[in-house]
Design a protein around this ligand. Structure first.
Ligand SMILES: NC(=O)c1ccc[n+]([C@@H]2O[C@H](COP(=O)([O-])OP(=O)(O)OC[C@H]3O[C@@H](n4cnc5c(N)ncnc54)[C@H](OP(=O)(O)O)[C@@H]3O)[C@@H](O)[C@H]2O)c1
Length: 288
């Protein structure tokens, strides 16, 4: 049960409900008997008790609904805009991203623009919380994995399955966070009130150098390729050639550059204040 929520009059609004974290949120809240409005642009593919789906594109316009609690597991800028239409909301738990720390100086102009948008959404969310005297917990995880439609680590798993040698270009640290650990934390945080605007960075239960991160994924995918360190310029050239043939289009030169960077955060405040206790990195590719 979620104190102060189950059986409450107005439903909880869940944005990003079809993502890996969003699905975990729906399952947990639904089991706890919490009425939910779940938003997606698509026709929902899962029916759960207590969940009412709304098919809606939030980028076109915010929704008109009655709710006191907003949980956002989708783009933060959409949640921030939606809040302007929710006069009764006093509690918000939203996912941001630790990327705001790592990608602001990316060589990729699209990534820099996304980070500006994210930083702006964070700032405005803080202003909104102050103006409305609302309690907002902003969670900034590092890389998220897990769930049926995982794109982050499944790209590496696919490469590991199909290649005998996997070239990489760095030993930067990674702290992958399981989507369901985030869903669990967000659910428990609904009852945390009276703290104003709070921001927490979140890492996973293990910090791994990039080669170990790749090896762990390969092993979970049942593959054992040789992992070979290659200078980043050489790997980038190879990638550009692959792009010419329409291959590896989801991998960018900026991603290769980041293989050398530590994408890790200090999540001690979240561990101490929120009870954040994420699992170690044990990816699984069996259906959830
Ligand atoms: N992926 C990562 O490794 C990572 C790492 C750190 C933080 N985060 C944060 O985690 C959250 C989720 O990230 P994500 O990677 O799953 O991708 P995302 O694109 O930020 O979110 C996907 C979810 O948002 C919904 N959504 C997107 N645009 C929408 C729109 N215009 N109207 C209504 N719903 C919309 C999608 O629903 P439909 O497609 O069903 O409409 C889906 O449920 C974000 O806040 C992101 O910053 C992600």
């Amino acid at each position: 049960m979620i104190p102060g929520l189950a059986g409450g009059p107005a439903p909880v609004l869940v944005l990003g409900a079809t993502g890996a974290v969003g699905r975990g949120l729906l399952e947990r809240l639904s089991k706890a008997g919490v009425p939910i409005i779940a938003v997606s642009r698509r026709v929902p593919d899962a029916e759960l008790p207590n969940v009412m789906w709304m098919q809606h594109d939030l980028a076109r316009e915010p929704l008109k609904v009655e709710t006191h609690v907003l949980l956002s597991a989708g783009p933060l800028s959409l949640a921030r805009r939606q809040l302007e239409r929710l006069p009764a909301v006093r509690r918000v738990i939203a996912l941001g991203s630790a990327s705001v720390r790592f990608k602001q100086d990316s060589p990729d102009p699209d990534e820099r623009a996304m980070m500006r948008e994210l930083a702006d959404a964070e700032l405005r969310l803080g202003e909104w919380a102050e103006r409305r005297a609302a309690d907002v917990t902003l969670l900034r995880p590092t890389l998220i994995y897990g769930g049926r439609h995982d794109r982050n680590i499944s790209v590496i798993a696919e490469a590991a399955r199909t290649k005998r040698r996997l070239p990489i270009a760095g030993r930067g640290l990674r702290q992958p966070v399981h989507a369901d650990d985030l869903a669990r934390l967000m659910t428990t945080l609904v009852a945390r009130q009276g703290r104003g605007f709070e921001v927490f960075d979140l890492g996973g239960g293990e910090t791994l150098p990039y080669p170990d991160f790749v090896r762990r994924i390969a092993s979970a995918a049942g593959a054992d390729p040789s992992i070979v360190q290659v200078p980043a310029p050489l790997l980038t050239t190879g990638l550009r050639v692959a792009h010419l043939f329409g291959r590896m289009t989801t991998v960018t030169p900026a991603m290769i550059r980041r293989q050398r960077m530590d994408l890790a955060v200090d999540d001690t405040p979240a561990r101490e204040q929120l009870g954040w206790n994420p699992r170690p990195f044990r990816p699984s590719f069996s259906p959830d």
